[in-house]
Write a protein that binds this ligand. Structure first.
Ligand code: ADP
Ligand code: ASP
Ligand code: MG
Length: 823
């Protein structure tokens, strides 16, 4: 014989009940079966809601009652949709409708009574809750009957006998087992249908087995009659590696041991009600968890011994709404009995302890309980220890709320070193603060208490660590989506699958912003339509974007700044402080005030979040990365010589005796090689910022004002009030500019705007470069950087290539992102 239990979703609609019926027809072909059903999905919650409203004198309870009515009537109508064409079916339909109406009227009277007397005792609550299973089982039984299935109905209340601990009654197995055996020994129907969850006390009062208790009903029956198998049919394909609602990558676990299942369910895997395992474990009856919506899926089989497979960690689970209480004080050290009094008090109050830790100094005891019990626990404990608190031997108990427990579980964990190390370093890397830790001596379970806002991130990163080891998800938040930003998004879109397949890096753009609008999406922004999504996004704000990123709290988050904006640069610290890495194209943070630059470096180390800005110098060229490698490997930078401005190169490559300086600058401006005000490039300020960054990265604390800047523009040009006036000065001073060219030409030299760092000093200026020098033949937008170091004293290390352009800059940003992924 097999026992099958169907949960709320499985019996939540006519469509699903029809699926249940085909499963029953299939399974009852080979053996007799007992079928335990839950209330229609959501009904138990609605019953409770209606009762609480009624008890609080809120007439809204009638609405909830009506909703319970219509939910059931919809199910019945769906199951008997063809009854108009069949006389017998019509009769069954009407009879069922009358039966259900009768039960619902009874429910109404009960709710009206609660409303009138303004009271809801645990005993009344159980009476009320029992309606859910009574209604669903009646509907399914009569539907089966109307379809000529060989089925009997048995009310589980007549079989399962408990104490009078209402809402969570304890089963009296002696009587219950006999009841069940007697009933099933005398029954020969192919199917016996029973409501789950409900029972009766020895005194004949209605009791229930605790929320989720239908699983338990089925297990009790299975154990009593030594069934061959207990099947739990639900809305997911088995026990998953972690809660599939919180972690998309979670997958069903094929095999579990009883102990592992107990631990996982105790620590929050709701798919199995924790007490379910015990009765069947004793009889070694396998439990199979299956999906009613996908009956072909393998599901999870829970047995005594499981085959060892790859990972010692079987699953990760979590319990919400936990409070952490700490009892501490010097008076506890070396004095026996504190623990006893503490735990006795909690036991008397029926407060369940989920986790305990005690420091080896015996100075404090820390334990986790349900948030709902926290207030009561504090009151009773402070009262019990009133005397010691008065004498200042111990402190009043400390209560922290809004916490959750996460637990990593597996039988084979004890044979493997380093699991807890991996668990805690993963949480640490992702900036998840751990409030308390517990590990049982069985080493089957390592649990930690964390803030509830960190649960999703913690589960996802632990899942990635233990089950997806090879893929690392990076969540990008990009601000500034002009030319470069657009290219970056294109490049990411194009490389996504390649990176995933070959490097196990999964890139997700979870947020985008420009100066007008912003959009964030936990699931990732669809890169095919990102422009529309951004356009339709909410109004942009720097703080708002930061808040979104913080609230999403995704692991491996990276903020990418592709603006040239001061305010954006000033917010990097806030990102780093939340362990969100920063990739900056924007030069302002690294070339502004050195204190801020230093602070960002410190925050980056302190919060374990990268701060990278490769594109600040030479766009996509690996200049800063190379310099960092030289420095970290112990080399010393003596001199840096570089040509770092694409716009100045363009201008001096095209300026000669046949052209005018005015024409060339105008062309550069029109073709977008310079800023709208070309003086920003021509004055050398941009180049100065770049060499300043190289100097700082070489270990020298320079400010922009320490740089010598040899400005070749005339005073008139610099002082011109408008860009237009500036251009006029170029025409007026053409002879001066020609003289610069002539002087260089006479010496067979080329004019280049050079940045130099030497012996702790940096300068920028126009230089006449002789033939044969590496700068002499520099073409187009190319940049070149030469590092003279202790290890490269005479022949410098040279990096050369396109130093401007949207595509290469985007690929430089991309490289920074990959550096973070590979870290
Ligand atoms: P039923 O109504 O069938 O008894 P439950 O809602 O009690 O179903 O349990 C199934 C739900 O448990 C799933 O829909 C899922 O959201 C949740 N769940 C939490 N953790 C896990 C897990 N590790 N594996 C599978 N399901 C889980
Ligand atoms: N209907 C009850 C509940 O929702 C029992 C169950 O579904 O297992 O808790
Ligand atoms: Mg359940």
């Amino acid at each position: 014989m097999k026992i099958l239990k169907f949960g709320g979703t499985s019996v939540g609609s006519a469509e699903n009940i029809n699926k249940v019926i085909s499963i029953l027809e299939q399974q009852s072909k080979d053996t007799n079966i007992a079928v335990v059903v839950s209330a229609v999905g959501g009904i138990t919650d609605k019953l409770l809601e209606a009762a609480n409203l009624a008890c609080n004198k809120d007439l809204e309870y009638k609405q909830t009652y009506n909703a319970i009515w219509s939910q059931h009537s919809k199910v019945i109508e769906g199951l008997f949709e063809n009854s108009d064409h069949d006389k017998n079916l019509k009769k069954s339909h009407e009879a069922l409708y009358d039966l259900i109406s009768e039960k619902l009227n009874e429910l109404k009277s009960l709710l009206d009574g609660i409303y009138l007397i303004n009271e809801l005792s645990p005993k009344t609550k159980d009476k009320l809750l029992s309606f859910g299973e009574a209604l669903s089982s009646t509907i399914i039984y009569h539907t089966l009957k109307s379809r000529q299935v060989d089925v009997a109905y048995k009310n589980a209340q007549e079989l399962i006998v408990t104490d009078s601990n209402f809402n969570n009654a304890t089963v009296n197995f002696e009587i219950t087992n006999i009841n069940i055996q007697l009933y099933f020994n005398s029954n020969s129907n192919a199917i016996v249908l029973l409501p789950g969850f409900v029972s009766k006390s020895v005194h004949g009062e209605i009791t229930t087995l605790g929320r989720g208790g239908s699983d338990y009903t089925a297990a009790i029956i299975a154990a009593a009659i030594d069934a061959d198998e207990l099947q739990i049919w639900t809305d997911v394909s088995g026990m998953y590696t972690t809660n599939p609602k919180l972690v998309k990558q979670a997958a069903p676990i094929v095999e579990l041991s009883y102990q592992e299942a107990v631990e996982l369910s105790h620590f929050g895997a709701k798919v199995l009600y924790p007490p379910t395992v015990m009765p069947v474990l004793k009889k070694k009856i396998p439990i199979v968890i299956k999906n009613t919506l996908d009956p072909e899926a393998l599901g999870t089989t829970i047995t005594e011994n499981t085959q060892p497979n790859g990972s010692p960690v079987k699953g990760i689970s979590n319990i919400e709404n936990i409070a952490l209480l700490t009892l501490q004080g010097n008076g506890m050290v070396g004095v026996p009995g504190f623990g006893k009094r503490l735990f006795e008090t909690l036991a008397q109050e029926k407060i369940n302890i989920v986790l305990i830790t005690q420091s080896s100094s015996e100075h404090s005891i820390c334990f986790g309980i349900s948030d709902n019990d926290a207030k009561r626990a504090k009151e009773v404990i402070d009262t019990v220890f009133e005397y010691e608190i008065q004498l200042l031997k111990i402190d009043p108990i400390i209560v922290e709320t809004d916490l959750s427990i996460i637990a990593v579980i597996g039988d084979k964990m004890k044979n493997h070193q380093g699991i807890s190390g991996k668990m805690f370093s993963t949480l640490g890397k992702n900036n998840v603060n751990i409030r308390a830790i517990a590990q049982g001596a069985s080493e089957r379970n390592i649990s930690a208490i964390i803030h509830k806002n960190d649960v999703k991130k913690a589960l996802n990163s632990l899942h990635e660590q233990f089950f997806e080891i090879k893929t690392k998800q990076i969540n990008l938040f990009i601000t500034g989506v002009g030319n470069v930003g657009e290219r970056l998004i294109e490049q990411i879109h194009q490389q996504k699958s390649y990176l995933k397949e070959n490097f196990k890096i999964s890139l997700k753009i979870a947020g985008l912003s420009n100066s007008r609008t912003m959009v964030v999406n936990d699931d990732g922004i669809n890169l095919k339509h990102w422009k529309q999504q951004l356009e339709n996004g909410e109004k942009a704000s720097l703080k708002g974007f930061l808040n979104h990123v913080k609230k999403l709290n995704l692991r491996n988050s990276v903020f990418v700044d592709i603006t040239a904006n001061d305010a954006v640069a000033n917010i990097y610290g806030d990102y780093l402080k939340h362990s969100i890495s920063v990739v900056a194209c924007n030069k302002i943070a690294c070339s502004g005030n050195i204190e801020y630059y230093n602070e960002l470096k410190i925050l980056s180390r302190q919060y374990n979040a990268a701060f990278l800005f490769e594109t600040n110098v030479g766009a996509g060229l690996p200049v800063i990365d190379t310099l960092n490698h030289l420095v970290t490997s112990g080399d010393k930078i003596n001199t840096i010589q570089a040509v770092l401005s694409g716009s100045l190169n363009f201008i001096f490559n095209n300026f000669n005796a046949e052209t005018t300086f005015y024409d060339v600058v105008k062309q550069a401006q029109e073709e977008g090689y310079t800023e709208p005000d070309p003086r920003i490039d021509l004055s050398g300020i941009d180049v100065a910022r770049k060499v300043l960054i190289l100097a700082r990265e070489s270990g020298h604390a320079l400010e922009l004002s320490d740089l010598e800047s040899d400005n070749f523009l005339t005073n008139d040009a610099m002082e011109a009030a408008s860009v237009e006036d500036f251009f006029k000065t170029l025409i007026k001073d053409e002879t001066y500019y020609q003289s610069l060219f002539k002087s260089a030409e006479d010496k067979n030299c080329q004019l280049k705007f050079v940045a130099e760092f030497n012996n702790g000093k940096a300068k920028v200026g126009l230089q006449e470069i002789p033939e044969g020098h590496p700068f002499y033949n520099l073409k187009g937008k190319d940049n070149i950087v030469m590092f003279y170091t202790q290890r490269y004293p005479e022949q410098p290390m040279i990096i050369k290539g396109a130093g401007a352009g949207a595509d290469v800059t985007a690929s430089g940003l991309f490289a920074d992102i990959i550096r973070i992924a590979n870290n």
